[in-house]
Write a protein that binds this ligand. Structure first.
Ligand code: FE2
Ligand code: FE2
Length: 482
C-alpha cells in the first residue's frame, strides 16, 4: 500500500499523518478537541445529538472503498485528519515556481497569504453546519435527515482538515486561528462568519437543497483550485475533501430533482397545464416551479459573490506564488504562468455591462466563476430534462451573473435575471417576481412538516430511486429512539 493509505484509529484522533510521531501537533489538536465538541453540541444539529444515524466514516483514503457505513451518534463521529496519498516527486504546476518541487513546509514569504486562504476555507465549513442546525426537525424523511447529518459531520471534518494545517504549519498563529474558527457564528452580529453567503439563513429544505447544489459547489471549485497548490499538504488535504464534497452536491441536485418530479406528477394528476398558475399548484401541497426558479435565483446570486471581485490582485498573487491554481490546472494546455495572456471579463462601465479583455492573472476569480457556472448549468440541464420528461412546459434557467449581486462589478447596479440594467425603482417594483417573497417563503415553510417513519416521505417530495449504501426503501436511516 502507498504511504499514508491506512488510517490510524487507535488514538483520540483518527489520522493518516502519523500524529503519534508528532507530539506538538497532537497536543495542539487534543487541546482544541473539547472546544470543538462543545461547539458541535451547541451549534450542530439541534435535537438529534443522541440519535443513531446511519453514517459513512472515512476509514482509508483509497479512492475505492474509503468509507464504512454504520449507526453512529453524531458527537461520537470519528472526525479525523485524512490526506490523499503523497505523490512522490510532485512538482509545482503553475506560477513563478512552476517546475520546482512542491513544498512540504510553508515558504516564509507566503506565510500570511497561505494562512488567510486556509482560514477563509476553514470558516465556511462550520458555518454551513450552523446554518443547517434546525433542519433535522422538519426533515421530509429519515433518508433526507440522514443525508443532512452526513453533510454536517463531513463539514465538521473539513474544519478539522483546515485546523490541522493551521496547527501543524503556523505555530501559535495557527492555534489562534483555530480557536477563532470555533468562536465566530453564522449570522452573529458581533462575530459573523467571514463570507456573506455563510451568514444567510437556511430556513427550509428547498433552501437546503439549493444551498448544497449551489454553495457546496463553490466549495468544490475552491477545493479544486487549492488541490493544485504547490503547498503539498494543502493539495493532499483538498484532494481527499473533494471525494466527500461530491456527496453534498448529490444531495442538492437529487433533492431539487425529487421536488420537481413530485410537483410535475401532482400537476399532471390534477390536469394543471399552466405551471405559472401558482395558486392551483399550491393547492396541491407541492412546490410550484416559479417559486423554485426564484429560490434558484437567490442561491445562485448569493454564491457568485463568494468568488470575490472579478479583477483581483489577491487572486493574481495567490496564483503567481503557486498557492492557488485554476480549476483543473493540471489538465489545461498553456504556459501555466499567464504573464502575457488576457481573459474576457464582464464589467460594468458607466452603467453598461460589457466584455473587456483583462490580464489573465488578475482575472482568475472570474475564470473560476465561469467554470463554476458551466458546472451549475450541467445540473440545471438535468433538472430541465426531468420537467420535460413529465410533459410540463417550463424551463429553469440560471439568472445573469449581474443579477442581485452584492460584491464585484455588478454590486453598484441593478439588473434583471436577463442581465438588463434597471433603475432602482424598477428593480424594487419587480423584486418579488425574481426572488422569493415573504409570501413564497411562508408557503414553503408551511410545507415543512416532518416525516419520521421509515420509508415515509413528505407529500412535496418524491422518494429517491436508490437508497444510501443500497439500502431498501423502508430502511431506518436514523434511529430517533432506542
Ligand atoms: Fe466542506
Ligand atoms: Fe460541502
Amino acid at each position: 500500500m502507498p504511504d499514508g493509505m491506512n488510517v490510524d484509529y487507535d488514538g483520540l484522533i483518527p489520522n493518516n499523518v502519523d500524529l503519534n510521531a508528532d507530539a506538538r501537533v497532537r497536543k495542539a489538536l487534543e487541546t482544541w478537541h473539547p472546544g470543538y465538541i462543545d461547539w458541535w453540541k451547541d451549534m450542530g444539529p439541534e435535537g438529534f445529538q443522541e440519535a443513531l444515524v446511519y453514517l459513512r466514516t472515512a476509514v482509508s483514503v483509497d479512492p475505492k472503498g474509503w468509507a464504512r457505513f454504520d449507526y453512529v451518534r453524531m458527537p461520537d463521529y470519528k472526525w479525523g485528519i485524512l490526506l490523499a496519498p503523497k505523490v512522490e516527486g510532485r512538482l509545482i504546476g503553475f506560477g513563478q515556481h512552476r517546475g520546482e518541487p512542491a513544498w512540504q513546509e510553508v515558504p516564509g514569504e507566503y506565510r500570511g497569504m497561505l494562512r488567510r486562504l486556509l482560514t477563509i476555507q476553514g470558516d465556511t465549513e462550520p458555518a454551513s453546519v450552523e446554518q443547517q442546525r434546525f433542519l433535522g426537525k422538519t426533515a421530509p424523511s429519515l433518508y433526507d435527515m440522514r443525508n443532512l447529518f452526513q453533510v454536517n459531520v463531513e463539514e465538521g471534518r473539513h474544519l478539522w482538515a483546515m485546523v490541522y494545517l493551521l496547527q501543524k504549519h503556523f505555530g501559535k498563529d495557527g492555534r489562534e486561528e483555530a480557536e477563532d474558527l470555533l468562536r465566530r457564528r453564522s449570522g452573529n452580529e458581533d462575530s459573523p462568519r467571514m463570507l456573506g453567503a455563510f451568514n444567510e439563513e437556511t430556513p427550509d429544505w428547498v433552501s437546503f437543497f439549493m444551498f448544497t447544489f449551489f454553495t457546496d459547489r463553490d466549495g468544490k471549485m475552491q477545493l479544486e483550485a487549492l488541490a493544485q497548490s504547490g503547498f503539498d499538504p494543502l493539495s493532499r488535504t483538498c484532494r481527499f475533501m473533494l471525494t466527500e464534497e461530491a456527496h453534498h452536491m448529490f444531495v442538492g441536485e437529487t433533492g431539487v430533482q425529487r421536488v420537481i418530479e413530485r410537483t410535475c406528477a401532482a400537476m399532471r394528476a390534477a390536469g394543471i397545464e399552466d405551471p405559472s398558475d401558482v395558486e392551483r399548484v399550491r393547492a396541491l401541497g407541492v412546490v410550484d416551479l416559479p417559486t423554485l426558479q426564484k429560490k434558484m435565483n437567490l442561491h445562485f446570486s448569493l454564491t457568485l459573490d463568494l468568488f470575490g471581485n472579478e479583477v483581483s490582485t489577491n487572486a493574481a498573487n495567490a496564483y503567481n506564488s503557486g498557492l492557488k491554481g485554476r480549476y483543473r490546472e493540471d489538465k489545461l494546455d498553456d504556459d501555466h504562468r499567464l504573464l502575457d495572456s488576457a481573459y474576457p471579463v464582464l464589467r460594468c462601465v458607466d452603467g453598461v455591462i460589457a466584455e473587456e479583455a483583462v490580464p489573465a492573472l488578475s482575472a482568475l476569480n472570474m475564470r473560476l466563476r465561469d467554470d463554476y457556472v458551466v458546472d451549475c448549468q450541467g445540473g440545471v440541464n438535468r433538472w430541465n430534462k426531468a420537467i420535460e420528461k413529465a410533459g410540463v412546459a417550463f424551463r429553469l434557467t440560471l439568472p445573469h451573473v449581474a443579477f442581485n449581486r452584492k460584491i464585484g462589478e455588478f454590486s453598484r447596479i441593478h439588473a434583471d435575471p436577463e442581465g438588463r440594467v434597471l433603475p432602482p425603482e424598477q428593480w424594487a417594483a419587480n423584486r418579488d417576481r425574481w426572488l422569493p417573497s415573504t409570501e413564497d417563503n411562508l408557503y414553503i415553510v408551511s410545507l415543512m412538516t416532518p416525516v419520521d417513519n421509515a420509508g415515509g416521505y413528505a407529500p412535496w417530495i418524491a422518494s429517491p430511486k436508490v437508497g444510501i449504501d443500497n439500502k431498501p426503501g423502508d430502511f431506518e436511516y436514523v434511529k430517533l429512539w432506542d
